[in-house]
Design a protein. Structure first.
Length: 214
């Protein structure tokens, strides 16, 4: 377990080793920290596509993921941009994955309904935020105190078909997902952001659950 934690952390210092979809990555300094910045590919700035940087060597099923993220609307984007940034897990080929992300802009707006859309779970393919919100209101999203452009610590604890999201060191989870849509699966871990977002990542830790004798 310790070896995998060290490997994952070192890879954020070598962004060229990340497998990037719909974008590029570069080393950056943000809010006083060394970081990786995820950048949308040229020509896709006006799209509605995701960016994803898959971390090689992270064959993850159950365990704990921790990372510091910062998301803010990219300059020139419209009011629907909320600074979408998060972590995907159990990723297969960039097309099949579970994802927990935050919308930092919503964290301190004066509209309570919008505040309640601060954190989000989705699953690909087939279970986007809109479908889940319409069919299961308030089940797959929740409120958290967030600020765009500021560092936010995310911890995700995954066990079987369940996942819990903890924000900024909270002792209780902000969001509980009891029915991960891809069921019991495994795959890579990936940094994730929306094309409208300036997305930064630091201090990634991947801690697989201890397995008993096979």
């Amino acid at each position: 377990m310790l070896a995998l934690i060290l490997v994952a952390a070192s890879l954020l210092g070598s962004p060229a080793r990340l497998q990037v979809l719909n974008g590029t990555v570069e080393k950056a300094t943000h809010q006083g920290r060394d970081a990786v910045k995820l950048i949308i590919a040229n020509g896709k700035e006006e799209s509605d596509e995701d960016m994803m940087a898959i971390v090689p060597g992270t064959d993850f099923e159950d365990g704990t993921l921790e990372v510091d993220v910062s998301g803010a609307p990219r300059p020139g984007t419209g009011p629907s941009s909320k600074g979408f940034v998060g972590v995907a897990f159990r990723v297969k080929d960039g097309e099949n994955f579970e994802l927990l992300y935050i919308r930092p802009v919503n964290g301190r707006v004066q509209d309570q309904a919008m505040r309640n859309h601060s954190t989000q779970y989705v699953s690909a393919p087939g279970f986007g935020w809109k479908k889940l919100r319409e069919e299961h209101p308030w089940v797959y999203e929740s409120y958290a105190d967030l600020e765009p452009g500021k560092w936010t610590h995310l911890k995700i604890v995954v066990a079987g078909e369940k996942a819990k999201l903890y924000v900024n060191g909270a002792r209780q989870p902000t969001l509980i997902v009891n029915d991960l849509k891809r069921g019991k699966s495994r795959g890579s871990v990936a940094l994730w952001g929306h094309c409208t977002t300036d997305a930064y990542f630091a201090n990634l830790k991947v801690s697989p659950a201890n397995r008993g004798p096979g």
